[in-house]
Design a protein around this ligand. Structure first.
Ligand code: NAD
Length: 510
């Protein structure tokens, strides 16, 4: 394939490469005159400059996708499935290349980046089964001589707007089912780490996806608003922070579009007094600090119930010095930097605000020293956090774990359920009855029982409740097939002309 990788992770002092759009099966330089910087978060160096699309550029991209739609939707299910299999093979074969781009622009460690690609691949594999997923129902002889059947048809041109924290996987949640269902796709990736999308676009072309079926438009708010207002964009999938998710949902639906908008999170891990302390501490450290806490399913609050609190905090604290923080390409590193300098500073500010508002700072990640000018903050732990504190209320999206102590299970559940977010939550216990009660009561879309990050497998759907999701459909899995298609019901009769007559009555079953 033509190698137009904007960045090579190995370069120590890369020139800032221009990162263009991908429209109609080729790179298209931006013409708006607007752009934004892309950094290597491990070094602090600017490695790229990404084009920001204007409304006119979005119009052109939508027109290209619209033109590609009739032939794409007419392609047989067998051919579309075959293409999905080819895409699966190529993404799997080049997973290391994709992971390196993720590490270079996002900062996550290479093993984590490979894990991201693997979870995205699962969704592509799910989409390979599209012929079975699009099967309709059939009722023979619903009325005398009348058959009724249901079919599902693609929407047309659909758009995906994605966050910085999973630059490959979250787009795969969207484009894989959308394309398999016969839609043409416009991806607007995060402007902070856009290059993986271009690499994947090339893979799709190499797999045989026709030009115009998959497009990448780079940009910021202007591009997003243009997509939301464009009459030829039928649906929008969004994943990102809650305030933007809410406005995307409101504006998109106001403009008559189908919208699913997944927002932010504050995931609680409840630890009951009977839990295995070591297992719970391992899980809390892994889930709080993996990917530097920049996961929408990261555990950001441990709720320690009863007398588990002291030994649990000790066990977590004991593990922290062993977490190796460093550049993502260093095989020793377990946790990389944060996405930008500004985000690093914001995350770090919660350590002071926690202390000022009465929390106990057990570990202060600002003490960490890593060579260079990367956007690092080390693992941080706040104990005795209460619900009024900013470090509890805000989605920090960094390696700052809060511990809230409660006396009872009921208090713990109340805390989980009073929280405005409802993405994931988990319980750690040896008591099956308590776990089942928690699963019954918790107001969150994804619940883990002794599993701290309960991201569903690809044949279920992913999504939260409350301020973690706006819209009716969760991402990927069966709900994505529903989201990316219209339902149609056909009522059919092949009458004997001899029995035909005029009948003005309302049709009834006979
Ligand atoms: P973000 O909301 O800042 O950006 C997401 C997307 O929206 C990007 O493509 C960005 O360019 C665009 N955008 C930003 N500001 C905009 C504006 N004013 N108008 C229109 N578009 C705008 O989110 P982020 O910082 O990239 O990602 C982190 C957030 O995403 C966290 O809140 C995290 O919890 C959330 N997230 C949620 C899930 C989930 O499944 N619920 C998954 C991953 C990330």
């Amino acid at each position: 394939m033509s190698t137009t990788l904007p960045h090579e992770a190995e370069r120590s002092t890369p020139p800032a490469t221009r990162i263009n759009h991908w429209i109609g099966g080729q790179l298209v330089p931006g013409t708006s005159g607007r752009s934004g910087p892309v950094f290597n978060p491990a070094t602090g160096e600017q490695t790229g400059e990404v084009d920001f699309a204007s409304t006119e550029e979005i119009d052109r991209a939508v027109a290209v996708a619209k033109e590609a739609f009739p032939a794409w939707r007419a392609l047989s299910l067998a051919k579309r499935a075959e293409l999905m299999f080819s895409i699966r093979e190529l993404v799997h074969e080049r997973r290391e290349d994709i992971a390196r781009i993720l590490t270079a622009e996002h900062g996550k460690v290479l093993s984590d980046a490979l894990g991201e690609v693997a979870r995205g691949l699962e969704v592509i594999e799910f989409a390979c089964g599209v012929p079975a997923l699009l099967k309709g129902d059939f009722s023979e002889q619903a009325s005398t001589g009348v058959d009724v059947y249901s079919i599902r048809q693609p929407l047309g041109v659909v758009a995906g707007i994605t966050p910085f924290n999973f630059p490959a996987m979250v787009p795969m949640w969207m484009w894989a089912p959308a394309l398999a269902c016969g839609n043409c796709f416009l991806l607007k990736p995060s402007e902070k780490d856009p290059s993986a999308s271009l690499y994947v676009a090339e893979l799709l072309k190499e797999a045989g996806v026709p030009d115009g079926v998959f497009n990448v438009v780079m940009g910021d708010r202007v591009a997003v608003e243009s997509l939301l207002e464009h009459p030829d964009v039928a649906a929008v999938s969004f994943v990102g922070s809650t305030p933007i998710a809410r406005s995307i949902y409101e504006n998109g639906t106001k403009n008559g579009k189908r919208v699913q908008a997944l927002g932010g999170a504050k995931n609680h891990m409840v630890v009951l007094p009977d839990a295995d302390i070591d297992m719970a501490a391992d899980a809390a450290v892994s889930a709080a600090y993996g990917s530097a806490g920049e996961r929408c399913m990261a555990v950001s609050v441990v709720v320690a119930v009863g007398d588990v609190a002291d030994p649990l905090v000790d066990a977590i604290k004991e593990r922290l010095p062993n977490v190796k923080v460093g550049p993502g390409l260093d095989p020793q590193s377990e946790m990389g930097p944060l996405i930008t300098r500004e985000h690093r500073d914001k995350v770090a500010s919660y350590i002071d605000s926690g202390r000022d508002q009465g929390a106990t700072v057990v570990a202060d990640g600002r003490d960490l020293a890593v060579d260079g000018d990367g956007f690092f903050v080390g693992v941080s732990l706040l104990d005795n956090v209460t619900p009024e504190m900013d470090c509890y209320k805000d989605e920090i999206f960094g390696p700052v774990l809060s511990v809230v102590r409660t006396s009872t299970y009921d208090e713990a559940v109340e805390l989980v359920n009073d929280n405005p977010y409802g993405n994931g939550t988990a319980i750690f216990t040896r008591d099956g009855g308590a776990a089942r009660q928690f699963q019954f009561e918790a107001t969150a879309g994804m619940v883990g029982v002794n599993v701290p990050i309960p991201v569903p497998v690809a044949y279920y759907s992913f999504g939260g409740w409350k301020s973690s999701l706006f819209g009716d459909s969760h991402a990927y899995g069966p709900e994505s097939i529903h989201f990316y298609t219209h339902g149609k019901v056909v009522t059919s009769r092949w009458p004997d002309p001899a029995t035909s007559k005029v009948d003005l009555g309302f049709p009834q079953t006979r």
